[in-house]
Ligand binder design. Structure first.
Ligand SMILES: *Cc1c(COP(=O)(O)O)cnc(C)c1O
Length: 435
């Protein structure tokens, strides 16, 4: 498969290049030249297949030309060592629980897949020395990437995070791992961490001495695998005879997760329509109303992983539908919620159904409550486990959310991190000494 850039000014890339580079030379996002339609026979019997079998079928359509069958199967099965079940919350509303992975959020799926695909290319092409993944994080991305790459041979990960600006739970998920993961505590804010990473990619001397790559969420190997669980959700709903008028609702920030669902739809996934649920960062919602895409400064909200004022993957959605507002707004509708509404939703859902929502999933649940039409059945993504936001959830719902064992285990680990200033020279020297 060849990949083009959404800005259409960069050379066509193969999968290997698209994965290693992440972003095209013209700063556009890579798009596959073709999205293969799955045969109708697969949908006729999809409920008879397991999650892993379904995922492999989808992976084969995207990556089958570039990765040998057995290797791809192993990558898919090693990625999905946990389930993404669909759980009933109330009549006609179901939760697609994406928090059963190692760091309790959906980003585990893409990060684990990308780590294994990168390893496949390193082994196949042979590599003189390690590949180094640099990632800046304000919390959640660092943990998913670090755990996704943990113990993967031939790859070393450097997670840069701002000192004192990341919660203890989040910090423990990437500072206690050891092995091929190095956490770097930067005396600065998130933007300083991001600047260090960007400067490193542009520094010739550094790139001459070591192989550097990014594991950004716009990477095709991170976002496409998210389609796996939408196909599986359809299968599990069909099993129960509930797949007739299905609506998928995705709490969205950078729009990678919903974009994967839309790719699934293009491949033939029989979902009737989609809802993108926003917090107060409602750029996409506004676009649907007005036809104008106007990025805004990010606003901090309760659902902070969705605090994005200029969602990167809008470029992919725009491209996928031929830049047509009519096509986009006839398939996708929007919703937007204030912090007060999110908290109300969490409280009300817990009291009336017993289901504990996290602040992100709450946007998805409420958008179905508000937007489902008669005869439709809705599935929303519960994108993270409520215990990841324990303080907020406990206070809002007046409960004491149980911390899952695998999250508690991180918190018992010994913190290991390197302290650096926000000066690029310090970071560069540190990397050069290590190479
Ligand atoms: C990243 C994230 C989101 C937003 O997903 P996008 O793909 O950026 O739209 C929503 N919820 C949680 C918990 C996240 O970590």
């Amino acid at each position: 498969m060849k990949y083009y850039s959404t800005n259409k000014k960069a050379p066509i890339a193969d999968l290997h290049k698209a994965v290693v580079k992440g972003l095209a030379e013209d700063r556009g996002l890579y798009m596959p030249e073709q999205i293969k339609q799955l045969p109708q026979a697969i949908f006729d019997h999809i409920e008879q297949y397991s999650f892993q079998e379904i995922a492999y079928t989808v992976a084969d359509a995207f990556f089958g030309e570039d990765v040998e069958q057995e290797a791809l199967k192993k990558i898919v099965y090693d990625t999905l060592t946990f389930d993404c079940p669909v759980v009933k919350v109330e009549d006609n509303i179901y939760s697609l629980e994406l928090f059963h992975g190692p760091t309790l959020a959906f980003k585990d799926v893409g990060a684990r897949f990308m780590a294994r695909l990168l390893q496949y290319f390193i082994r196949k092409e042979g590599s003189d020395g390690e590949v180094n993944v640099l990632v800046a994080t304000s919390g959640d991305t660092g943990s998913a990437v670090a755990n996704g790459f943990l113990g993967v041979d031939g790859i070393h990960v450097y997670v840069l995070y701002p000192k004192g600006k990341v919660s203890k739970i989040q910090e423990s998920q990437f500072t206690t791992l050891g092995q091929n993961i190095t956490a770097i505590e930067v005396d600065g804010v998130f933007d300083d961490c991001q600047a260090l990473v960007k400067n490193a990619f542009m520094d010739e001397e550094l790139n001459h001495h070591m192989k550097l790559t990014s594991a950004n969420s716009i990477n095709v190997a991170r976002f496409l695998p998210q389609a796996f669980y939408y196909f599986n959700a359809y299968a599990r709903m069909k099993e129960q005879g509930l797949a007739e008028n299905l609506v998928m609702c995705v709490p969205s920030g950078n729009f990678g997760n919903i974009c994967a669902a839309l790719f699934g739809h293009t491949m033939g996934l029989p979902v009737k329509r989609f809802i993108a649920a926003n917090n107060a960062n409602d750029i996409f919602f506004q676009y649907l109303q007005t036809g104008r895409y106007e990025p805004k400064p990010t606003r901090q909200t309760l659902a902070n992983a969705m605090d994005v004022g200029d969602p990167s993957n809008f470029a992919r959605i725009y491209d996928l539908y031929g830049e047509s507002h009519a096509r986009i707004s006839s398939l996708i509708s929007g919703a937007t919620y204030s912090d007060e509404q999110i908290a109300d939703t969490m409280r009300r859902c817990h009291t009336t159904t017993g289901y504990i929502l996290d602040p992100h999933g709450a946007c998805g649940y409420q958008a179905l409550k508000d937007g489902l039409r008669p005869g439709e059945v809705g599935v929303f993504c519960e994108t993270a486990h409520p215990a990841k936001f324990k303080e907020k959830v406990d206070a809002i719902d007046s409960i004491d959310v149980e911390i899952p064992e695998r999250l508690a285990a991180f918190m018992k680990g010994q913190k290991q991190s390197i302290a650096l200033s926000k000066d690029f020279a310090d970071f560069k020297n540190y990397l050069l000494r290590r190479s």
